[in-house]
Design a protein around this ligand. Sequence first.
Ligand code: F6P
Length: 322
Amino acid sequence: MRIGVLTSGGDAPGMNAAIRAAVRQADALGHEAWGIRQGFQGVLEKDWAPMPTRACANILQRGGTVLHTARCPEFLEIHRRADAAANLREAGIQALVIIGGDGSFRGAEALQREQGILCAGIPGTIDNDLPGTDRTLGFDTALNTAVEAIDRIRDTASAHGRLFLVEVMGRSSGMLAVHTALACGAEAVLYPESPDDSYQALVARLHANWLRGKRSSIVVVAEGDDLGNAMVVGARLRRDYGLDLRVVVLGHIQRGGSPSALDRIWGSRWGAEAVRRLAAGEGGFYLGEVAGALAVQPLARILDPRPAPPGDMGELVDILSR
Ligand code: F6P
C-alpha cells in the first residue's frame, strides 16, 4: 500500500516524531510512505515524493515539520476535495496520515466520507483543543516554553515591582493559558471559557493582592479572551488606573523549539498506530490519549464541542496567588 503523510495547519513540536514513526512503521510492514509537502495544498499541487526511512534521520528532536505545512482554504470546497482525491488516485496513494488540528481533521473527515480516501488523523496543535483526546502534539512543549519565558519575566517584574500582562497563544481556547498560569504561579488568568472573566473581577483581584503587599503581578492572557488580547486589556488598565505595566506577547516562540519527551513519545506512538490501522484497511479515525491510554476516535467526532480547561485549575490560580 502507498501511504501519504502530511502535516497541516500551524506547525507543532512533535510533528516530526509522528512523520518519522509513520514512515518507518510503513517500511517495517512492507508498505511505501510518500511525503506530501505543505499539507492539503501539496495534495492539490501533487507536491509529493517517496519518503525513504533514511529521510527521517535526525528529525525526532527537531521542531517545525520537515514536510512543511500550510493552511488550505481551498479545501473547504467540495470540488477541490474531489480534485485532491483524483490526484491521490492517479499517484496510487490509497491512504493518508494527516497530522494537524481542528481544520485539518475536518478536511480529513470530508475526504474520507465524500471521496472514500482512507484517512487517519494525528492531533498536532499547540492549542490542545480537540475533542476526544487529553493531549495534542506540541502542547506540552509550548507549555514548557511559555513557563520558562514567564519565569524570566517574573525576575524583572519582581525587581521593578511591575504588573506584566503576558499573552499566550491558543486561538479561541484557554487550555494553554490556564495550564501556563498555574505552572508559573500567575496572579490571574484571562481565558475565554472562564466563568468569571470580567474586567472588574480582574481589577478587584489585582487590588486585593496589592493590599496583601504584592508589588508585582503576572496576568496570563489567552489571545482569544473575550476582554480582548493583552494589548487591549493593558491599554484599558493604563487608561483607568495609570499603571506602569508592561505587555509581552509570547507569540510564535511557543510554536518553535525541540519537542519535549512526551511530545516525541506520543508522536511516535500515534504515527506508528495510524499506519498499522491504515495498512489493515481501517480509515476514518483519529488517535488520541485518554486517561493515559492510546484512544481511537471516529473522524466525525471532530464536530463535537471542544474541550474546556478544567474549571478547578482557573480557580486554583486565584487561590494560590495570594
Ligand atoms: O493553532 C495554532 C496557533 O498557533 C494558534 O494558537 C494561533 O492562534 C495560530 O496558530 C496562529 O497562526 P499563524 O501562525 O497562522 O499566525
